[in-house]
Design a protein around this ligand. Structure first.
Ligand code: 7PJ
Length: 276
């Protein structure tokens, strides 16, 4: 399987990452895909709809969510990773912050580790350094349980850039080449509604670090709270926000609605060919 980010740079194509949550309390598909067979059906449908990467998450990072044990997370995620890799020819990303889960994911053929804690947990840098897997480093202020209580920044873009620089340095010092990294400012992770829209408005500034950028905005509160829409009614807002991010350089968008997002990206691509 080719590198996720190299496919993107070769074809100059934005990658659509389809979210497959296997937690009973995930943000917006609350337990719907907890069962193995329905998860596989969902994967098959996403592939038909043109997904580029499947992102499997076994830990809910919803504000206030309870911790999941290593064993529970492995049981939720790894059999599904194995089944997907044996049945389909598709890139898979594992959304985890636990070194043990990362190690298993690497063993069973994952293409990317997507860590909302940016490899800050014990043992993560070391595990990842022993592989060639791609890594998404996400910014978060605080920790999921309390991150939305009172997020504050002096200069949100500067703070996120500083965090990225520190994490990139840490990765490099541990033998993880910069070429393996993707950066994500972490919409909704320790950020107020205003913070989130400022980050979206200034998204292009993260290109300064010269790494591929990922934007995960799909169905989040920043859409729902602005528009006063329930989770099931956030598609239009999610697409609009994804387009704004891609026009400022996002190379991967993390979404629930694959078919609609792929369509939106096709429109952008049709327009892009006429730009100088
Ligand atoms: C993100 C994520 C995100 C990355 C979640 C949800 C919350 N990983 N995992 N970026 N969000 N890289 O999907 O609403 O924004 S879980």
């Amino acid at each position: 399987m080719s590198k996720i980010t190299s496919i993107q740079s070769e074809l100059n194509k934005v990658q659509v990452m389809g979210i497959l949550n296997v937690t009973p309390d995930s943000f917006s598909d609350g337990g719907q895909f907890t069962h193995f067979d329905s998860a596989l059906k969902q994967v098959e449908q996403m592939i038909k709809n043109g997904v580029d990467v499947i992102d499997i998450g076994g830990e809910s990072t919803r504000p206030g969510a309870v911790d999941v044990s290593v064993q529970d997370e492995i049981i939720r995620v790894i059999p599904l990773l194995k089944a997907i890799k044996s049945r389909f020819d598709i890139n898979v990303s594992i959304d985890t912050s636990k070194a043990e889960v990362m190690a298993e994911a690497i063993t069973f053929g994952a293409d990317m580790i997507n860590d909302v804690r940016a490899l800050q947990n014990k043992g993560c840098l070391e595990v990842v350094a022993q592989s060639n897997i791609e890594i998404c480093l996400m910014h978060m202020q605080g920790m999921p349980r309390t991150m939305q209580e009172n997020p504050e920044y002096n200069d949100i873009i500067g703070d996120i850039l500083d965090f990225f620089r520190q994490r990139i340095n840490c990765c490099e010092q541990n033998g993880i080449h910069k070429e393996r990294l993707v950066l994500d400012p972490g919409f909704g992770f320790g950020k107020t509604l205003e913070h989130n829209y400022e980050v979206l408005a200034k998204f292009s500034q993260f290109n300064a670090l010269g790494l591929p950028l990922l934007a995960g905005i799909s169905r989040k509160s920043m859409i729902g709270n602005l528009l006063n829409r329930d989770v099931s009614d956030r598609l239009a807002g999610s697409l609009a926000a994804a387009i704004v991010a891609v026009q400022q350089g996002a190379k991967i968008i993390r979404v629930h609605d694959v078919q609609e997002s792929v369509d939106a990206m096709r429109i952008l691509k049709a327009v892009a060919q006429y730009k100088i």
